[in-house]
Design a protein around this ligand. Structure first.
Ligand SMILES: Cc1cc2nc3c(=O)[nH]c(=O)nc-3n(C[C@H](O)[C@H](O)[C@H](O)COP(=O)(O)O)c2cc1C
Length: 215
């Protein structure tokens, strides 16, 4: 099929790349969510954006479970806090706990119940191809990482805040969300609006000269 690609004048490209950066640099991980509901049509469109990601052999090794049920969110919080309690009380190496100190995170995860939407991202080990044949997914981890990055960007640009949450281990998500064991929980995205008093850690991003070289 014909590629749908139109060249853009260079001045516009400069402007577009700069304004995309200006938008993305406003994204921050939020840990203080309001319970205001979110229209799920917005979430669905953002998931469709994630599903456009490049991926190994186009096997699209991802599944997104959208959770709004208060009962299921409460169960996810309960299980996550059990694991986080272990993590923060001897389960994680001191070095890891040290690296987290500046973020002031702890084992309490009220946002898992307060935020209106949770999106559990799963990574498939195998999937059915267009002919219905079961195929091993190649580069599944990389592919799901790319799709998740696009999902976070789409949610941000739609006007929503996110928290990338990785309770460790995350196997309980398969049980609660009734996903097959061949799907590995990748991460849990908490989605909604920040509270009016929400604060974020005072962190900086590396400047260009520290993250790229020219050859
Ligand atoms: C794979 C991954 C796992 C993360 N897990 C957690 C988590 O479990 N809890 C949390 O509070 N933040 C978590 N974060 C968020 C990071 O702490 C955050 O992205 C980082 O501090 C940079 O801040 P920013 O997102 O506001 O730029 C995670 C981020 C990534 C990419």
């Amino acid at each position: 099929m014909e590629l749908n690609f139109k060249r853009v004048p260079e001045a516009d490209m400069l402007e577009r790349s700069a304004s995309f950066y200006e938008e993305l640099r406003k994204r921050r991980t939020v840990r203080d969510f309001s319970s205001d509901p979110v229209n799920l049509d917005i979430i669905d469109k953002c998931i469709l954006s994630a599903g456009t990601a490049p991926n190994g052999a186009n096997l699209q090794p991802w599944h997104f479970s959208v959770v709004t049920s208060p009962e299921i969110k409460a169960e996810i919080r309960k299980q996550a806090e059990i694991h986080e309690h272990k993590f923060y009380n001897g389960g994680a190496p001191e070095e890891w706990i040290d690296a987290l100190k500046h973020l002031k995170t702890d084992e309490s995860k009220p946002f898992l119940e307060l935020a209106p939407v949770l999106i559990a991202v799963f990574q498939k080990a195998t999937t059915l191809d267009e002919q219905g044949i079961e195929r091993k997914c190649y580069y599944a981890k990389e592919s799901v990482g790319l799709a998740t990055g696009m999902l976070i960007s789409a949610l941000h640009q739609a006007g929503l805040a996110t928290l990338t949450h990785t309770p460790s281990p995350m196997g309980f998500l398969n049980k609660i969300l009734e996903r097959p064991t061949a799907e590995k929980p990748y991460l849990l995205l908490v989605v909604g609006y920040p509270t009016d008093t929400c604060e974020v850690p005072d962190i900086t991003k590396l400047p260009l000269e520290k993250i790229r070289s020219i050859h």
